[in-house]
Ligand binder design. Structure first.
Ligand code: PMP
Length: 433
């Protein structure tokens, strides 16, 4: 009898709601640089893992060697009741890089846990469980973070421990203010924020949490300056500002190290994850010391900031700073966006191109209007895969292609990816051209 395929075994023992990409899902068994190889021996250029896991690239000796050396000590983890040197070193570096005055850092295993911690801090500090979030947001899938995720497809539960009100700002393309100028858009969002504060809250709101560029929400990118204008209103109420930098941190946006810096805002707390570990599980919160210290008992988990993940994170941070990968993100990002805008000229199915640096979103619509075209997004994904390129999709309607290559991307690899994308679009039905 033939052995069951991995996909059949997966379906049998794993939850139905664990989504998989592709009609015939991929199992990656080897990776190097910006390339991954599947179980059938096919190699792909990876234009998605840059945010999800491997921010910098696969199998980088400086990072692998540092982690291997830590493994060789035999100390994979110790009790959090002992000192962990790499954790302290990493916290010092992140506190300084954050730009937050008197900053302190707490490490977690994931972005979800980072945001859960930030919510715990803000709600305790302000003694209020009222939270503002942006429509179309994604902040994780634990109990409180699901409650502030403004995207039906990702909200596994509506029974939230926080009382959330959603405001406009993140997803401009489908907002009522889509056609406004930048200045008018910002003014409209500020007016909406005021209205929400006055009509749906008691005023004693703990915080506003925002992604500078909405990741799962389809790389929706607000105009620079939006959050500074919103912050002015928040300050009138004493409401804290939390920047969720799980996708936008570490220089990926090219112009700034943190996404929120494009808005000239220093947040009260900033959360990070994914990219910093370059594949290892790490996340965390950096916050004003007074805010961090408002808790009176240990938070969350005894695994966060273990010696292995903090060693890997420290090596990743050193690498991305030593090689100025932010500059690479800016330079290649400009070429990536130019290439995508050129595609938009050729294909009516492309309704919007957005993002910053090595974070580019392409929203697909039914030509002639703005109706979402998720089937076309899936088709492009399949064609690109066949041609040797992995990309992501997302957005409220599943109709946004997401490109986020590792930050060590080379110009040649970028041209290869743009060539494959052009071919993938050329294969769409003629009505989409
Ligand atoms: N915040 C943002 C902006 C994210 O994109 C994600 C993950 N997609 C999270 C939080 C949650 O991170 P994790 O999957 O590590 O829990």
């Amino acid at each position: 009898m033939a052995e069951d395929r991995l996909i059949d075994r997966h379906r049998r023992v794993m939850p139905n709601w664990l989504a998989l990409y592709y009609a015939d899902p991929i199992e990656i068994v080897h990776a190097a640089g910006r390339h991954v190889t599947d179980a059938n021996g096919k190699t792909y250029l990876d234009f998605f893992a840059g945010i999800l896991t491997n921010a910098i690239g696969y199998d980088i000796p400086e990072i692998s060697d540092a982690v291997r050396k830590q493994l060789d000590t035999g100390v994979l983890h110790t009790s959090t009741l002992y000192l962990i040197r790499k954790q302290v070193e990493l916290a010092e570096r992140i506190a300084e890089l954050s730009g937050i005055p008197d900053a302190k850092v707490f490490f977690t295993n994931s972005g979800t846990e980072a945001n859960e911690t930030a919510l715990m801090l803000a709600t305790q500090y302000r003694r209020s469980n009222q939270v503002l979030a942006l429509r179309n947001s994604y902040h994780g899938r634990a109990f409180a973070t699901v409650g502030i995720t403004g995207n039906r497809g990702w909200s596994a539960s509506s029974l939230s421990p926080v009382k959330v009100s959603y405001v406009h700002g993140g997803y401009r393309y489908r907002s009522p203010f889509a056609d406004y100028s930048d200045a008018d858009y910002i003014a409209a969002c500020v007016a909406d924020l005021r209205d929400v504060l006055e009509t749906t809250t008691a005023g004693d709101v703990a915080c506003l949490i925002a992604e500078p560029i909405q990741g799962v929400g389809g790389f929706a990118t607000p105009p620079d300056g939006l959050f500074a204008a919103m912050r002015e209103v928040l300050d009138e109420y004493g409401i804290l500002f939390i920047s969720d930098e799980v996708q936008t941190g570490w220089g990926r946006t090219g112009t700034h190290f943190w996404g929120i810096q494009a808005h000239d805002v220093v947040p009260d707390a900033l959360t990070f994850a994914k990219g910093l570990g370059n594949g290892l599980a790490i996340g965390g919160v950096v916050a004003r010391g007074e805010l961090m210290d408002c808790l009176t008992a240990n938070s969350l988990s005894t695994f966060g900031g273990n010696p292995v993940s903090t060693t890997g994170a420290l090596a990743t941070l050193n690498y991305l700073l030593d090689y100025d990968l932010q500059a690479n993100a800016a330079q290649l990002g400009a070429r990536l966006h130019a290439g995508l805008h050129a595609l938009r000229e050729r294909y009516a199915v492309i309704g919007d191109v957005r993002g910053k640096g090595l974070m580019a979103g392409v929203e697909l619509v039914v030509p002639g209007g703005k109706d979402p075209a998720p089937d076309m997004a899936s088709e492009v994904l399949e064609h690109a895969r066949e041609l040797g390129l992995l990309i992501g999709k997302g957005g409220l309607h599943g109709n946004v292609l997401r490109l986020a290559p590792p930050m060590t991307l080379t110009p040649d690899e970028l041209e290869t990816a743009l060539g494959i994308l052009a071919e993938a679009f050329a294969r769409l039905p003629a009505a989409m051209h």
